[in-house]
Ligand binder design. Structure first.
Ligand SMILES: Nc1ncnc2c1ncn2[C@@H]1O[C@H](COP(=O)(O)OP(=O)(O)OP(=O)(O)O)[C@@H](O)[C@H]1O
Ligand SMILES: [Mg+2]
Length: 307
């Protein structure tokens, strides 16, 4: 049999299996597995309604996250990603199973979980520093201590100069950096982020991703990160949890084969593309990317068809 001409082989056939790991990647995962479990999700279930009207939103999810791990969650719209993290945050109640944080059952919200959402959730009547100090004061820190710590967190997100500005004076990316500083100021065990960069333009988003990796490197925190963007998941995470819809369930929990430290040039590397291809396969298989056919009738057009 003749060898195929490399110029005509589709790129996907040249990619390694997404489960193949370079020795340094395998060694890193071995180290992660030795760390203590921070978050444990056991048989988590969420349903609405009863009897025939019962809708299962989360169908017995079980997984664990280890200390300082960066776990991304991807899945089609409506598969229950936000529901999952609202339950972990204690903002919503499960109908079955349990969430354990450091071995303790989660019964409600607490400062051990920091939240950052897509919408800008800063208090508009407080300055940047006031926003970061808010939780510190609630936790009983003196004004002086809260002030000092707020500056340290603002320094971390490179916004010290904007301490006295109000949220409306900041760009979207800056607001999200303040939101991250505010969440981290409470020294949470886990930082939960629900599409935090979803509303940002592509360039700011890329910048925020790199900021987040730098912050994660210098703060002892575990990150649970929800995103629709498969490249974002592949760039940031240690593992990617892929969810399916109807009912919301775990399809696969993938160890990211892309070595660290991460660089944007890796977006066109073989491990990156193999992971991205697998994620796209899983998500599209779930029907999320089905072409939407609109029931439009053809209007008379003078010129050629556009296709
Ligand atoms: N009060 C409710 N009653 C019935 N169903 C609900 C209720 N609240 C949420 N749901 C359903 O739960 C499912 C999961 O919603 P959720 O917001 O968690 O999805 P998601 O994966 O975060 O979606 P997206 O990617 O669009 O943010 C949806 O199908 C939604 O219709
Ligand atoms: Mg959501």
């Amino acid at each position: 049999m003749s060898t195929p001409d490399p110029k005509t082989v589709p790129i996907r056939d040249l990619l390694p299996d997404y489960r193949e790991q370079l020795p340094e990647v395998a060694a890193r995962f071995a180290r992660i597995r030795e760390r203590p479990v921070i978050l444990s999700i056991r048989g988590l279930e969420k349903s609405y309604g009863h009897g025939d009207a019962r809708t299962v939103v989360l169908d017995r999810l079980s997984f664990e996250v280890r200390r300082r791990e960066f776990l991304s969650v991807v899945g089609p719209s409506g598969c229950g990603k936000s529901t999952l993290i609202r339950i972990i945050a204690g903002l919503d109640e499960a109908t079955g199973g349990e969430v354990l944080l450091d071995g303790q059952r989660v019964e409600g919200p607490g400062p051990d979980r920091g939240m950052v959402f897509q919408g800008y959730t800063l208090f508009p009547w407080l300055t940047v520093k006031g926003n970061v100090m808010f939780g510190l004061k609630l936790r009983g820190k003196s004004k002086k201590a809260a002030d000092r710590e707020a500056f340290q967190w603002l320094d971390l997100v490179n916004l010290e100069e904007f301490a006295d500005a109000y949220p409306h004076e900041l760009s979207g990316g800056m607001k999200q950096r303040v939101a991250i500083a505010r969440a981290l100021a409470n020294e949470p065990r886990i930082l939960i982020m629900d599409e935090p960069f979803g509303a940002l333009d592509a360039q700011t988003r890329a910048q925020m991703q790199s900021y987040l990796l730098q912050i994660w490197k210098s703060v002892d925190v575990t990150i649970l990160f929800i995103t629709h963007d498969l490249e974002e998941a592949a760039y940031l995470s240690d593992r990617v949890l892929v969810m399916g819809a109807n009912p919301g369930r775990i399809v696969e929990l993938i160890e990211n084969p892309v070595p660290r430290p991460r660089r944007r040039e890796q977006f066109i590397s073989r491990p990156f593309l193999s992971l991205k291809r697998r994620l796209a396969e899983l998500i599209h298989a779930d029907g999320a990317a089905e072409e939407l056919k609109l029931p439009l009738t053809m209007r008379p057009c003078a010129e050629d068809s556009v296709e």
